[in-house]
Write a protein that binds this ligand. Structure first.
Ligand SMILES: [Zn+2]
Length: 106
C-alpha cells in the first residue's frame, strides 16, 4: 500500500480587525498598517482544516512589517519622539541663524 500525505501548519490572516490603524513605522515605507487576526492553520492537501492560536498582529502590506499592537505603539511613540527632537534641533538652528543674520545687518 502506498500512502501520500501532504499537509502542515502555517500562519495565516483570518480576519482584518481594523484597516488603516496608522502609518508604517519603518523608515522609507509610506504604507499604512492594518490590525489583523492571525491564526495557525492546520491544512491537508492545501485546504485549511482547523485554526488555533488566534492572536492580533499589526501588519503593513507595503513592506511586510509585522508586530504586536504593543510593539507597534512603542515603535510609533519612539519615532514621534525622534521626529520631535529633530524638529526642535532644526528650529533652534534656524533661530540661531536668524540671530546671526540680524546681528550682521545691524
Ligand atoms: Zn511598511
Amino acid at each position: 500500500m502506498f500512502f501520500f500525505f501532504v499537509g502542515g501548519i502555517e500562519s495565516r490572516v483570518v480576519n482584518v480587525v481594523q484597516r488603516n490603524l496608522g502609518p508604517c513605522v519603518l523608515v522609507g515605507c509610506n504604507g499604512r498598517v492594518d490590525l489583523c487576526e492571525v491564526a495557525s492553520s492546520f491544512y491537508v492537501f492545501f485546504i485549511p482544516v482547523f485554526d488555533y492560536g488566534h492572536k492580533q498582529l499589526v501588519r503593513c502590506e507595503n513592506c511586510g512589517y509585522v508586530a504586536s499592537p504593543e510593539q507597534y505603539e512603542r515603535h510609533r511613540k519612539w519615532l514621534q519622539d525622534k521626529v520631535q527632537q529633530l524638529g526642535d534641533a532644526a528650529s533652534s538652528q534656524a533661530s540661531s541663524v536668524d540671530k546671526i543674520s540680524t546681528e550682521k545687518n545691524n
